[in-house]
Structure formats: C-alpha cells, structure tokens
Write a protein that binds this ligand. Structure first.
Ligand code: M6R
Length: 352
C-alpha cells in the first residue's frame, strides 16, 4: 500500500534515503579505499563505453557518462531508440551499458541485443532481479531501489545516479576518500532535504505559470532535463530543461514573467557562468528559483531558494533533483492530476 501517503510517488520520494542505503550497501570499502561491485567480478576497465537508455534513465546515463569521462574513459550516450549499430562504431572493445529501471523497455532491449550481436561486452544497470535486460547482458548491476509503482521514476533515478557513480570508480580503481565519504553521507542528506524542503510553497506560488524552465551546467545539466521531464509527465504543463549555455541560442525567446526558471546553482566551478544565465532570464522578468548548497552566497540572486546540503561537487545533482521531484509533485497535487498514472503513459514501455 501507500503507507499513509496520498500517492505512491510521494511515498517513493520519501523512500530515497532507504533506497540509497541499499544501493550503497557493501560496495564502498573504506579500509581499502575502493568501491567493489560483487556481481561485476571479472569486468575490467573498458576502453570505450556506450550508454543506451530512455527517458529518466537516459538522464541518469548522461550524468554517469560524465563521471566515466572524468576517469579518462571515452563515452557516448544514446537514446536507446536512436542506437543504430550500422551507423555507430561499436566493436568488441566497447562496453555497452543499458540503464533501465524495469529492464523491460523495448528500445533499450533492442539496443542491447544489437550490441550483443556485434560482439560488444554488455552490462545492464537495473532494478528488477531477473528482468529481460539482466538475462540478456553479459553483466548486471542491481540498483536495489525496491519496487517502484508510480509511473514517474523517482527513487530509481537517485539510485541509478549513485550506482553509476560507484560503477565509474569500481571500473577504474580510483576512489578518493572524499568521494567515498561523500557517497556515504548522501542518504542522510536526502533525508534532511525531505524534512526541511520548501518545495510545496514554491509549487503553490507558481502553480499557474505558463511554463517551467530548468537550467544547469556540467554535472547539473542532466538534472535540468530530468526536472522538466518530471514536471511535464505529472502536471501536463509545458516544461523545458537544457544546459544553461543554450538559453541564448533560442529558448530565451520564451522566457517571460510567467515562466519560472529553476536554476541549479551549486557553489562550484559552474557558479559564475550560471549567475550570468540567471541575470539573462531575470532581466526578462522571470521568477528565479535557485537550488543551491550555498544559499548565503547565491540565494540573493533568486526569488526563492531550495537548499541542498553541502556535498562533493559531483553529487550536488543527486541532491538537487530531490527538490525538483518535490516541486513537480506539489504542482501536480495542486492541479489534482492523476499523479501515479499520468494520462497516456505506462510504467514500462514494451513497444518500440
Ligand atoms: O524502465 P526504464 O528505466 O527503461 O524506463 C525508461 C523510461 O520509460 C522511464 O524512465 C520514463 O521516462 C519515466 N516514466 C519517467 O519518469
């Protein structure tokens, strides 16, 4: 059941601290300063990784791929429906990683099967033990988020992000103690967001907006895409997310005082350029909601602040996304949408 929550989505948002603890269980090894994923024994550092995924899982893959690149591994990330092995160089030296919560998404399965045929090594990162993806790939890593009933992917996205962060280090053998420590802090930090978030108040203020924009840079760009996907999926309202640098290449034309902009503003190397983007939308009258771990520094540039705890630069997107999930949930709730089963959508998409 829903354990007293009005919707599975809210229940699953609130289950994230537990889901992340499960995902982490036994994997970071503090003593050795390494991350071990038992089920991947034998899998070695790949020369080249292709990620294939759809929807929210694609956003997790975009985030994960960046962590691999940071370790010097060449990556490409594909929407599974666009993965065409006849026109994309892929061979036995490529590890093809299917990121799929359900392990039953037709587009992702097709891409993995094509990779198998070419002779590439294949790995699925999934939530469902014994799913089709797990059965059809050489290796499988479980994200251990527990069953997700709501059509909107929430806890599985957080667990995919954490799983891929661990995978990037497990395959390269390089984990600084700061990385492991920050990983282990995430479940409690997510809990503190859930306990203190003002997302419902922000949702109330902007429930009548014409559209919602989400911007971020670098590691935070995929979360901007995810924030927008969640918003449109459950509220049926127009939302767009993009890497912030793209604003002035088109989307800025849509920005008005009726289009709140959610800006991922962690106090990292992206902050200065992000502030430039915030000024661009502000001067068009757009309300700004800053998602930040340094509210004292950056909060003054915004109409509202959604605060996240201080974390390793690489993990801010995991925490920021929790706030965005809550905003979408509360907008949809105020609009009395069918949150757990949005119109036209299915939990797993088993046709191409
Ligand atoms: O089961 P999968 O992870 O392969 O599903 C992929 C997408 O269909 C899924 O993430 C979809 O985008 C979500 N409903 C979004 O919340």
């Amino acid at each position: 059941g829903k354990s007293g929550y009005d919707h599975y989505m809210l229940k699953e948002i609130n289950e994230q601290p537990h889901a992340l603890r499960e995902c982490l269980r036994g994997r970071p090894r503090e003593l050795e300063g390494s991350i071990e994923i038992d089920e991947l024994e034998g899998l070695e550092r790949p020369a080249h990784v292709h990620f294939v995924a759809c929807g929210t899982s694609y956003h997790a893959a975009l985030y994960g791929a960046r962590l691999f690149r940071e370790q010097g591994i060449r990556t490409n990330t594909f929407l599974a429906s666009e993965y065409d092995v006849d026109s994309i160089p892929v061979d036995e030296t490529t590890l093809v990683v299917g990121v799929t919560q359900s392990g039953e998404t037709a587009d992702t399965l097709r891409a993995l099967r094509a990779a198998n045929r070419i002779g590439a090594e294949t790995l699925s990162v999934t939530n469902v033990v014994g799913c089709s993806a797990a059965r059809e790939t050489d290796y499988v890593m479980y994200i251990r988020a527990g069953p997700e009933i709501g059509v909107a992917a929430t806890k599985t996205f957080a667990s995919q992000q954490v799983a891929l962060a661990m995978l990037s280090r497990a395959l390269t053998g390089a984990s600084s103690s700061g990385f492991i420590e920050a990983l282990r802090a995430l479940p409690d930090q997510v809990q503190s967001i859930l306990d203190t978030s003002h997302a419902a108040a922000v949702a109330d203020e902007y429930v009548d907006a014409d559209a919602y924009f989400f911007i971020g840079r670098g590691y935070n760009a995929p979360v901007a895409l995810e924030g927008a996907l969640k918003m449109k999926e459950i509220t049926y309202k127009h939302a767009e997310g993009f890497p912030a640098g793209e604003l002035k290449h088109g989307p800025l034309a849509l920005v008005t005082d009726r289009t709140p902009v959610f800006a991922m503003l962690p106090g990292d190397s992206t902050a200065e350029k992000m502030l430039g983007n915030v000024r661009e939308v502000e001067s068009r009258g757009a309300p700004i909601v800053a998602v930040t771990d340094v509210p004292a520094q950056l909060g003054s540039h915004a109409d509202h602040v959604l605060e996240i705890p201080d974390t390793h630069e690489l993990f801010a997107p995991i925490l920021s996304n929790i706030q965005l999930q809550l905003v979408s949930y509360w907008v949809a709730n105020r609009l009395e949408r069918s949150i757990d089963k949005p119109r036209n959508l299915a939990k797993s998409v088993t046709v191409e």
